[in-house]
Each structure stands twice: as structure tokens, then as C-alpha cells.
Design a protein around this ligand. Structure first.
Ligand SMILES: Nc1ncnc2c1ncn2[C@@H]1O[C@H](COP(=O)(O)OP(=O)(O)O)[C@@H](O)[C@H]1O
Ligand SMILES: [Mg+2]
Length: 298
């Protein structure tokens, strides 16, 4: 294990967070049998002892949030931490697929819904696990989506976790804001590609995190370059967004970069993203662990 940390008290919820939340979505049980014992249990979530809740966020879609969430969760797991991964991208869930975990009848016990386990022991919760057909779109309005994320946080029997990683939905709209208002995040990792457009949108995410007093642990820059699998020539994929320099100026941790790598897509597409562990991922993990004091100081 690279490094451990001391447990800290949960950030107290602000007045705003205590107000009435959006209408709550109820995740449909997968079998009619489940409905028979619909007695509300007061023990739901009672076993949960989650030391760190970390959101992976960007504001923009397609920049690699799910990839970074998955790699970070897998790297933490590989170093002996107990880790959960909550797929908060309700309308575009991708986490089960990259870990080769399929849906079907989801279990539940007195303490809540039981997360699925990846082959290596990562605890996963995603709406995709509840869908009879994962190709069917989830056509829900914002409050219902946000309600589902809240349920995945508070009504799942996560148990004791060192880290719960939240793969956030894209955007800085109502879903992201409701998540920030309802889940006491300990910190956030921001993902961007080196493009001016992407990073402009990412800066909006920074403002949103600041407004909700969520400490930013740092930035991961994805798709910095590409290496030709044939001639190994390295090319820049985008014109560059000056992210590293911006981080230096704003004194934000730069947690590292990931190149475009056909090996990563290969592993992700085949449900084995946890078999992808190049040096760049280890560097990202070390920088992430080193940045944890940002949380302590907030
Ligand atoms: N560094 C990378 N190398 C190769 N493929 C990548 C890399 N980063 C992301 N991808 C691929 O790009 C697609 C989008 O990434 P994803 O993590 O799902 O983005 P987001 O969650 O931000 O929408 C996925 O198919 C993923 O496997
Ligand atoms: Mg995603």
C-alpha cells in the first residue's frame, strides 16, 4: 500500500444541502419477488463507513471521466485499499461494461442494494446493472436521474470503504449540482483533454466545485498524445490547452497525463480495464494520494 491517511469527520452539510431535495427516483427491483418484502428497512445504509468520497468530473463528455474513474479505482484496489465505484452517469452508464460485469437480478439485503463485484473485488453500482436490456435508453428527467444517484449513494450496502469513486455525468447542469448538494464529497479529480474548448468547459466545473466547497485534488490530462502502434511515432492529438501551465498558475495539482493508447481501448472494450496498468497510471495514483492533504486542509 503506498500510503494511508487518517479518517476525518464528514464535512457538515450546509443549510442549502438540508433543504428539500428533488423528487426521489426508485430503482425498480429486477424481479417481482423483490416487491413482496417491500417493508422499508431502517437499517438501509447503516453499515456504510466510507472514508473518502471522491468525484471524477469534467463538465464535458467524452474526455475520459469513466476511463480515469475506472483506472483510479483499479489502481487503489491494486494497492490494497477497499474501493467502490458509483456510476453516476445514469443516462450513459459505462462502468459495468469496462469491468466485464453484467446486469441481471440485483441482490438486496437489510442494509440496502448489494453492489456487484468486479473480478478483482471492486464494488460497482450502476443503473446499467438494473436494465433488462442495456441498449435501451434511460429517458428520465433531471430530478429523477439525480434521485437515482442519491439512492446509489445512500441506499447501497457499500460497507467499509477507503474510497468511493463517483464517475460523474457530463455537464455542470442540474444533475451535477444536485449530486454536489446531496452527497458530501471529500474531493474531486478533474479530467480534461488538451483542447481549448474542453478546458474552457472544465474551468466551469472548477467554478461549480468551488461554489460547493468541494476541494479539487487535481487535474488529469487525458489524450495528451498518441503513439502509432506501427511505427511508434508519437503525435500530439490536439493543439494543446495549456493545462499544466494553468495548474501551476492557479496552484492546482497536476496529477498526470494519459496518452491515447490502443491497449487501453482494447482492455476497456473487452471488459478488462483493470488489466491496464502502465506507469502513467501508477504516477497518477501516487500524485492522487499525495494530493489527499488538500482535503485535510479544507
Ligand atoms: N487514453 C485513452 N486511450 C485510449 N482510449 C481512450 C482513452 N481515454 C478514453 N478512451 C476511450 O474514449 C472513449 C470515451 O472515454 P470515456 O472515459 O467513456 O469518456 P467520458 O466518461 O468522459 O464520457 C471510451 O471508449 C474510452 O475507452
Ligand atoms: Mg462516462
Amino acid at each position: 500500500m503506498l500510503k494511508f491517511f487518517k479518517k476525518k469527520e464528514k464535512r457538515p452539510k450546509s443549510k442549502k444541502e438540508e433543504g428539500p431535495g428533488p423528487e426521489t427516483a426508485t430503482i425498480a427491483p429486477t424481479t417481482p419477488e423483490d416487491n413482496k418484502d417491500a417493508e422499508p428497512s431502517t437499517q438501509i445504509g447503516q453499515r456504510n463507513d466510507i472514508k473518502r468520497v471522491i468525484a471524477v468530473i469534467s463538465g464535458k463528455g467524452g474526455v475520459g471521466k469513466s476511463t480515469v474513474s475506472s483506472l483510479l479505482a483499479s489502481a487503489l484496489l491494486a494497492h490494497g485499499y477497499t474501493v467502490g465505484l458509483l456510476d453516476a452517469d445514469i443516462t450513459g452508464p459505462s462502468i459495468p461494461r469496462v469491468f466485464g460485469v453484467s446486469g441481471g437480478s440485483m441482490g438486496k439485503n437489510d442494509y440496502g442494494m448489494v453492489p456487484r463485484r468486479s473480478r478483482k473485488g471492486l464494488k460497482i453500482m450502476s443503473l446499467n446493472l438494473f436494465l433488462a436490456d442495456e441498449e435501451l435508453p434511460v429517458i428520465w428527467r433531471g430530478p429523477r436521474i439525480a434521485g437515482a444517484v442519491k439512492e446509489f449513494y445512500s441506499q447501497v450496502d457499500w460497507g467499509t470503504l477507503d474510497f468511493l469513486i463517483l464517475d460523474m455525468p457530463p455537464g455542470t447542469g442540474d444533475i451535477a449540482i444536485t449530486v454536489l448538494q446531496n452527497i458530501a464529497l471529500d474531493g474531486a479529480v478533474v479530467v480534461s483533454t488538451p483542447q481549448d474548448l474542453a478546458f474552457t468547459i472544465v474551468r466551469k466545473a472548477f467554478h461549480m466545485l468551488n461554489k460547493h466547497e468541494v476541494p479539487v485534488l487535481g487535474v488529469v490530462e487525458n489524450l495528451t498524445s498518441g503513439i502509432c502502434p506501427h511505427c511508434q511515432h508519437e503525435v500530439e492529438l490536439f493543439s494543446g490547452g495549456g493545462i499544466k501551465q494553468w495548474c501551476e498558475e492557479k496552484q492546482v495539482n497536476y496529477l498526470g497525463s494519459l496518452p491515447w493508447d490502443a491497449g487501453l481501448s482494447y482492455c476497456a472494450d473487452r471488459g478488462h480495464i483493470d488489466n491496464y496498468y502502465p506507469a502513467a497510471v501508477d504516477q497518477m495514483l501516487e500524485a492522487f494520494l499525495a494530493a489527499l492533504p488538500v482535503i485535510e486542509n479544507n
